[in-house]
Design a protein around this ligand. Structure first.
Ligand code: SF4
Length: 759
C-alpha cells in the first residue's frame, strides 16, 4: 500500500465540512457548485451526507440533518470518506500480466483486458467445465451490483460457484434469523431504541464499529433505559453500562442459556406470547434448566451474581431490545449463539412492539442488501432458494433462460479456498473483496489464490489481493454511480451520483455487462443504467421474502428510505417486523434448544491465551480505503496487541514492547498496548492490515458447520517478547500508538475476570 504523503491534512481543520488534498486543490473561498445528497458507503448505518462538488471534483462533505438515522452526525470515517474519490492511488487503467504469472502487471487497454478475460474464461471452462470459474463478490456494493453479480455468475458464466464476502460477516446472523424468525432482517428500526427500558448488547463494539448508533444509545439512556453489555473487552459503551459481563470469548450461548434459566426460575417469561406466537418452548425450557448461573459462571469467567442481575434486568423489562454483532457471530457456533439470543427475546415476549426486538448490526455498508440479492452460493434474488423448483422457475423466467440451464448451489466463499488449492476451481472473477486481508489463515489463502490458472480482480484501489491477480480492472467508487443500499435496519436508501469515474476507470456494472457481451451473453445484460438493473431486481424479488417490488428510486427520495418488504408501490414499507406474525407459514417463531459447545480451540500449555480480533473506529474492513486516508491512518497506523496489565507483568512485557503473537497458523510481531480493559486471559488485535501486519495470519479457519463463517473471534495463542522487530518497524514509534489509544489505559479494571491470567 502506498499513501500519498502530499495529501493535505490539518488536524485543526479536520472537521466534517472542510477538507482539502493535494489531489483536489480547493481553497476555502471557492464556491461549492453542488451539494449532492447521498449516504456514507462504509458501515451498515449508511449515514446521510451531502457531498460538495466544485470544478467537477468532490471537495468536501457535510452530514445530512434530514436523514433520520444520523441527523447531522458523521463518524471519523464518514467525515473523510470523500478523500478516496480523487485519491492519487485510484486505479485508472486495466493492468495485466502479459507473459505469465511471473511477469509484471502492466497497463493495457480495456479491449485487451476484457478480450483476454473472456478468452481465458472460455478456455478454462472448455477444458475443465463451467464450474472451474468462480465469482467471488462483495457486500459493500449497491443492491444493483450485488444482483448483477449473481446473474453474471449463473447466466454469464453458467457457473454454480458464486458467493460473497458477507459470508465472513453476516452468515451466522442469517442462519439464526432464518432458523428462528423466518425472515433475515433486523426486527426493528433503530429509533425503536428510544422506546426500550432495557438494552442488551452482546458481542457488538457499537462505539467503534457503528459509531452513530451510540448516539441512539445515549438518548435511550437519557430517557431512563438501562444498558447491559457482554464483551470480553470493556468497549466504549461498556464503560457506562449498568451491568457489564466481561465474558470469555466463545461462551455466549452458555451465558444466554443461563440468563434464560434465571428468567424462567424467577417467573419472568411471557407465557401468553410463548403460547400464542411460538413453537418449541418445552425443549428449550428443559434444556436451560441445566444452565444455572452458578455453573455457567465458571464457563464464562463471570460472577453468577452478575449473570443473575443481567437476567433480572432484561427479563423484567417492559420492552427490551437485544443487539448482537460479529463478537457473537464470528464463531464456529455463531448460528447457535444467535439462536440462543433469539430464544431469550422470544421467551420474554420482546418482539413486534415499539422498543421490543432483536437486531444483528450489519458490518458492511450493504451487509443487509448484499445478502438478499442472489449472490450467495445457495440463493436467488429476494432471498429465494436456488434449490427450490418454484424459485428457480420464477427467476429463470425473469432472466429469460431455461430453468434447466440455471446452475445449482455452489461453494460458500470459505469453501472456494480449499477448492482452489486442490485445482477444482481454476479461475476466479473477484470484485469488491480483499481476502488477502480478510480471510483467516492467510498462508493457506495465499497458496490457494496463487494456485489459480487465471485470476481477475476488479477494484478501485490496488489491494493486497490485486498483487496476486493476472488482470486488475479499475472500477468506480460509490459516488461515481447511482444505486441503492439497504442499511442495518432494512431501510433501502439511495446513493446519488456526484461525479463521473476518473478517465480510464469504468463503472462496475458497465464492466460486468461488457464482459458478459464478450462471453456471448450480452442479450441478458442490456442495461443502460443502474436504474434499469434496479427495475429488473424489483421484479425478481416480487413475492419473495425480501420483496423490493414496491420500492422505486422516487419513493426512496420521497420517504428518505423504504423498509422492505414492500410488495406494492402504494405500500409505504415495513419498519417493524413481527407485529402480527413471524416469517414462517404458520406465523409462529421457532424456539431451538442450544447446547453450549466450547470453541474449536481452547488455551493449553503451549498457547495459554485466547486471541480475539476486531475493528477500530478509524478503519473499515480490510483497510484498503481507510489506510489511504491520512487522518485515519495517522490515528491507527498499524496493528497492535491489547494485553491486560496483569498478564503483561507475568510475561515480562511492558507497554510499547515489541511482542510476538503465535497461534497454530503462524506468528506476527506487533507493539504491545498494555491495558486494563480486556480480560487477563484474552488478547486483541485489530484486523485491518495486510501482509505481515494481517491479524488473519493467526486466526482459525474452522467454519460454522451450517453457514460456513470462520471462527475469527476465538483461537489459542501465546505472546512473548519479540526477539526481532518486524520488517515494518523502521520509523515506527509505539509510544505514538499509546498517545492515540491512551484513553483506554485509564479505564477502571473490569474486575470480573477470574483465574490466573496465563494458564
Ligand atoms: Fe455513519 Fe458508519 Fe459512515 Fe460512520 S462509517 S459515518 S457510522 S455510515
Amino acid at each position: 500500500m502506498s499513501v500519498d504523503k502530499g495529501i493535505f491534512h490539518d488536524k485543526q481543520r479536520d472537521t466534517y465540512d472542510f477538507h482539502e488534498s493535494a489531489a483536489t486543490p480547493w481553497r476555502s473561498d471557492d464556491e461549492v457548485e453542488r451539494y449532492v445528497p447521498t449516504h456514507c458507503c462504509y458501515c451498515g448505518v449508511q449515514c446521510g451526507m451531502n457531498l460538495k462538488v466544485a470544478g467537477g471534483k468532490v471537495v468536501g462533505v457535510e452530514p445530512r440533518y434530514d436523514f433520520p438515522v444520523n441527523r447531522g452526525m458523521l463518524c471519523p470515517k464518514g467525515t473523510t470518506v470523500y478523500q478516496t474519490v480523487n485519491h492519487p492511488d485510484r486505479l485508472t487503467s486495466p493492468l495485466m500480466r502479459r507473459n505469465g504469472k511471473n511477469s509484471p502487471l502492466e497497463p493495457v487497454s480495456w479491449d485487451e483486458a476484457l478480450d483476454t478475460i473472456a478468452r481465458r474464461f472460455r478456455a478454462i471452462q472448455g477444458e475443465h467445465g463451467k464450474d472451474a470459474v468462480a465469482v467471488y463478490s462483495g457486500s459493500s456494493m449497491t443492491n444493483e451490483k450485488c444482483y448483477l453479480m449473481g446473474k453474471f455468475a449463473r447466466v454469464g458464466l453458467e457457473t454454480r460457484h458464486c458467493d460473497y464476502n458477507g459470508r465472513l460477516c453476516m452468515s451466522s446472523a442469517t442462519g439464526a434469523n432464518d432458523r428462528s424468525l423466518g425472515i433475515d432482517r433486523a426486527a426493528n428500526p433503530i429509533s425503536d431504541m428510544l422506546h426500550s427500558d432495557v438494552i442488551f448488547v452482546i458481542g457488538a463494539n457499537v462505539g467503534e464499529c457503528f459509531p452513530i448508533v451510540t448516539s441512539w444509545l445515549w438518548q435511550a439512556r437519557d430517557r431512563g433505559a438501562k444498558l447491559i453489555v457482554a464483551d470480553p473487552r470493556q468497549t466504549p459503551i461498556a464503560r457506562t453500562a449498568d451491568v457489564f459481563l466481561p465474558l470469555r470469548s466463545g461462551t455466549d450461548s452458555a451465558l444466554l442459556n443461563a440468563m434464560l434459566h434465571v428468567v424462567l426460575r424467577e417467573g419472568l417469561v411471557d407465557e401468553e406470547f410463548i403460547a400464542s406466537r411460538t413453537t418449541g418452548w418445552d425443549e428449550v425450557k428443559a434444556l436451560v434448566e441445566q444452565y444455572p448461573p452458578e455453573r455457567v459462571a465458571k464457563v464464562c469467567g463471570l460472577r453468577a451474581e452478575t449473570i443473575i442481575e443481567a437476567a433480572r434486568l432484561y427479563g423484567g423489562a417492559k420492552a427490551a431490545m437485544l443487539y448482537t454483532a460479529r463478537g457473537l457471530e464470528h464463531q464456529s457456533k455463531g448460528v447457535d449463539n444467535g439462536v440462543a439470543a433469539v430464544n431469550l427475546a422470544l421467551a420474554t415476549g420482546n418482539f413486534g412492539r415499539p422498543g421490543a426486538g432483536y437486531m444483528t448490526l450489519t458490518g458492511q455498508g450493504n451487509g443487509q442488501g448484499g445478502r438478499e440479492m442472489g449472490q450467495k452460493a445457495s440463493q436467488l434474488p429476494g432471498e429465494r432458494e436456488i434449490e427450490n423448483p418454484e424459485d428457480r422457475a420464477y427467476i429463470a423466467s425473469v432472466w429469460g433462460i431455461d430453468e434447466k440451464d440455471m446452475p445449482h448451489a455452489g461453494y460458500a466463499a470459505t469453501l472456494m479456498i480449499p477448492a482452489m488449492e486442490r485445482g477444482e476451481i481454476r479461475s476466479c472473477f473477484m470484485i469488491c473483496s480483499n481476502p488477502m486481508v480478510s480471510l483467516p489463515d492467510q498462508h493457506t489463502t495465499e497458496r490457494a489464490l496463487r494456485a489459480l490458472d487465471f485470476f481477475v480482480v476488479c477494484d478501485f484501489f490496488f489491494s493486497e489481493t490485486c498483487e496476486l491477480a493476472d488482470v486488475v480492472l479499475p472500477g468506480n467508487v460509490w459516488c461515481e454511480d447511482e444505486g441503492t443500499s439497504t442499511n442495518l435496519e432494512g431501510r433501502v436508501i439511495k446513493y446519488n451520483q456526484a461525479v463521473d469515474p476518473p478517465p480510464g476507470a469504468r463503472r462496475d456494472w458497465e464492466i460486468v455487462c461488457e464482459l458478459a457481451r464478450r462471453l456471448g451473453k450480452g442479450q441478458y445484460f442490456p442495461y443502460q443504467s443502474a436504474r434499469e438493473i434496479f427495475d429488473e431486481l424489483r421484479v425478481a424479488t416480487k413475492g419473495a421474502k425480501a420483496d423490493y417490488f414496491g420500492i422505486t428510486y422516487e419513493k426512496i427520495d420521497r420517504q428518505n428510505g423504504v423498509f422492505w418488504p414492500c410488495p406494492t408501490e402504494e405500500d409505504p414499507g415495513t419498519p417493524r417486523l413481527y407485529e402480527d406474525r413471524f416469517g414462517f407459514a404458520d406465523g409462529k417463531a421457532r424456539f431451538h434448544p442450544i447446547t453450549y459447545l466450547p470453541p474449536a480451540e481452547e488455551p493449553d500449555a503451549e498457547y495459554p491465551l485466547v486471541l480475539t480480533t476486531g475493528r477500530v473506529i478509524y478503519h473499515y474492513l480490510s483497510g484498503n480505503q481507510t489506510r489511504r486516508t491520512p487522518f485515519l491512518l495517522e490515528e491507527a497506523p498499524y496493528p497492535w496487541v491489547e494485553i491486560h496489565e496483569r498478564t503483561a507483568e507475568q510475561l515480562g512485557i511492558s507497554d510499547n514492547d515489541w511482542v510476538t503473537v503465535r497461534t497454530r497458523r503462524g506468528e506476527m510481531t506487533v507493539p504491545a498496548l498494555v491495558v486494563k480493559s480486556i480480560r487477563p486471559d484474552t488478547v486483541f488485535i485489530p484486523y485491518h492490515y495486510g501482509h505481515s501486519q494481517a491479524a488473519n495470519i493467526l486466526t482459525n479457519p474452522v467454519l460454522e458447520p451450517m453457514n460456513k463463517i470462520p471462527e475469527y473471534k476465538v483461537c489459542a495463542a501465546s505472546v512473548t517478547k519479540a526477539v526481532h522487530k518486524p520488517d515494518w518497524a523502521e520509523g515506527v514509534d509505539p509510544a505514538r500508538l499509546r498517545a492515540a489509544r491512551g484513553r483506554r489505559r485509564r479505564l477502571p479494571s473490569t474486575g470480573e475476570s477470574q483465574g490466573p491470567a496465563v494458564r
